[in-house]
Design a protein around this ligand. Structure first.
Ligand SMILES: *Cc1c(COP(=O)(O)O)cnc(C)c1O
Length: 232
């Protein structure tokens, strides 16, 4: 595990990337927040993110996250689920996470709604959309997004804050991610209009494609490697 000072130096570099891209795109750098992706790293990585004032800690596996949350000494750390959620873990997830970004089907939305209601809370969620039509990725297809949001908006214990996507892996062809991110933004705009709701959050962009994502309107980048180094 790297030191806080190394982490902070990495964060300064990520923020400089965001600032450069925002300036070129005519965006306010403060409109792009950073979720630190702490998967595979010790719980302390989330404390680093919290201390630096980042949006929170992103975990992709429920079990791993629950173990870290259980030993985290600071209850104000925000944990977000960014990985696929099996419906048999929806009950635990609805209680443990500050927000779930990976709601990709109506049945899961309804399960989370019931679990959140039973826990007496309103659970913020993002709908995960497979905007790159990548067979290797989870997420609802764009064509199914209206039906998914229609169900989610009828869930009183869910608060739909926006959309999330993961671009197809194509390191040599930035146009692939660009197309995916533009499509997520267009899908968001269309849904917001059709259902007359604000969907301010666009969670898109990771270490390798965050610049493209910021150009396309990302409001939340999910960054692991650029902050904590390569996962082993
Ligand atoms: C691992 C992961 C990230 C972070 O990836 P890096 O390339 O390490 O920045 C972002 N989003 C999701 C959904 C992930 O699983």
């Amino acid at each position: 595990m790297i030191s806080y000072e190394e982490f902070f130096a990495n964060l300064v570099r990520v923020r400089a990337r965001i600032a450069t891209t925002c300036t070129a795109a005519g965006r306010d750098p403060a409109s792009v927040r950073i979720l630190a992706v702490t998967k595979t790293h010790p719980m302390e990585a989330a404390l680093y993110a919290h201390r630096a004032g980042l949006a929170g800690a992103g975990e992709n596996r429920v079990q791993e996250a629950l173990e870290k949350i259980a030993i985290c000494p600071d209850p104000t750390v925000r944990w977000e689920l960014i990985g696929h959620l099996q419906s048999n873990k929806a009950g635990k997830a609805a209680v443990a996470f500050a927000r779930i970004q990976s709601v990709d089907n109506a049945e899961l939305a309804q399960k989370l709604d019931r679990a959140a209601a039973a826990a007496g809370r309103v659970l913020p969620v993002l709908l995960q959309i497979n905007a790159g039509d990548d067979p290797a990725k989870f997420g609802a297809h764009c064509a199914d997004a209206p039906a998914l949001i229609e169900t989610a908006l009828k869930c009183p214990a869910l608060k739909v804050e926006g959309l999330m996507t993961i671009a197809p892996f194509a390191p040599d062809n930035p146009a692939v991610a660009q197309k995916c991110f533009a499509r997520l933004r267009e899908t968001r705009d269309a849904l917001a209009k059709q259902f007359n709701v604000a969907l301010p959050e666009l969670s898109m962009g990771m270490t390798d494609d965050l610049d493209t994502a910021v150009r396309e309107g990302s409001t939340l980048i999910r960054v692991g490697t650029a902050l904590f180094g390569k996962r082993t």
